[in-house]
Ligand binder design. Structure first.
Ligand code: ADP
Length: 256
């Protein structure tokens, strides 16, 4: 428990720090980009133009990175509401097919009558996207990504979770997996084994932060050569998810 609190505190501190730095840095980048735009229009020397274009590409990448950092620092307003996780997963599948490329099969196994969970839709999408990108990176030769949802039987939360009702969402890949030693560090902000520019090391720490803030949890099972399964435990909402409320109030006998 002390360990978990330590991690949460570290996340909070780093979140605040990166948020502030990213914000100022973004303003500087805007000035740089603006200057480059003007220079690109006035300069005629081909060699100089090439240098300026490279600088513009680097500034663009810098902008992407600061946007990621700002999102990580939770500058965006969060709206926790009852969410239909099945619907959210189903809506994401098409986009995942496109983002992950042809060599990765995306499959879903969605529980019937999945209970609504408490979450911010955008955050939950970001969590699943982070996990999908990690899965892709672990399967350079292709493989399977399977997203599964289920209602956990009452009173059977994972070790360390508060008692209550949970929905389980698992994201499994058939990639290269992780050693126990690596697994120990994956939730640390900025921990990455990927090349510069490919990984920020913020993905899983973001997943960790989001799941904690929702009163849920994330667990990872992985072994080298055996793939990775990430389990997301989401609290069940007593209220119905948006969109279902209307369906409930339809008069008996009428088909929805
Ligand atoms: P990033 O993806 O930017 O490196 P993350 O925090 O998302 O940052 O992940 C940290 C590290 O955990 C990765 O660099 C990788 O070594 C490892 N990792 C994460 N997900 C997986 C996965 N599905 N399979 C194998 N290794 C993974």
């Amino acid at each position: 428990l002390a360990e978990a609190r330590h991690q949460a505190q570290k996340m909070e501190a780093i979140g605040q720090l990166t948020g502030g730095v990213a914000h100022d840095f973004n303003n500087l980048l805007m000035a740089i980009t603006g200057g480059l735009d003007i220079a690109l229009r006035r300069v005629e020397d081909e060699r100089v133009l090439r240098v300026l274009r490279n600088a513009a590409v680097a500034a663009e990448r810098g902008g992407n990175l600061t946007r990621q950092l700002l999102a990580f620092a939770r500058r965006n307003p969060i709206a926790v509401r009852p969410v239909d996780a099945n619907g959210l997963v189903a809506r994401m599948v098409e986009m995942l097919h496109r983002t992950l490329g042809g060599r990765i099969e995306v499959a879903t196994r969605l529980a019937r009558e999945l209970r609504p969970v408490l979450a911010d839709e955008t955050q939950l999408e970001l969590v699943l996207l982070n996990l999908a990108v990690n899965a892709r990176d672990a399967m350079p030769e292709g493989g399977n990504l399977t997203i599964e949802t289920s209602n956990l039987p009452p009173g059977s939360p994972a070790a360390g979770l508060d008692p209550g009702d949970y929905v389980l969402v698992t994201v499994a890949d058939t990639g290269h997996g992780m050693s126990a030693e690596l697994l120990e560090h994956v939730f640390e902000p900025f921990f990455t084994t990927k090349d510069v520019g490919k990984g920020t090391g913020l993905g899983l720490s973001q997943v960790y932060g989001v799941m904690r803030s929702l009163g849920g949890a994330v667990r990872i099972a992985s072994a080298p050569g055996e793939g990775t399964t990430v389990s997301l435990f989401l609290r069940v909402s007593e209220a119905p998810a948006r969109g279902e409320a209307a369906a409930v109030s339809i008069a008996p006998g009428r088909r929805a």
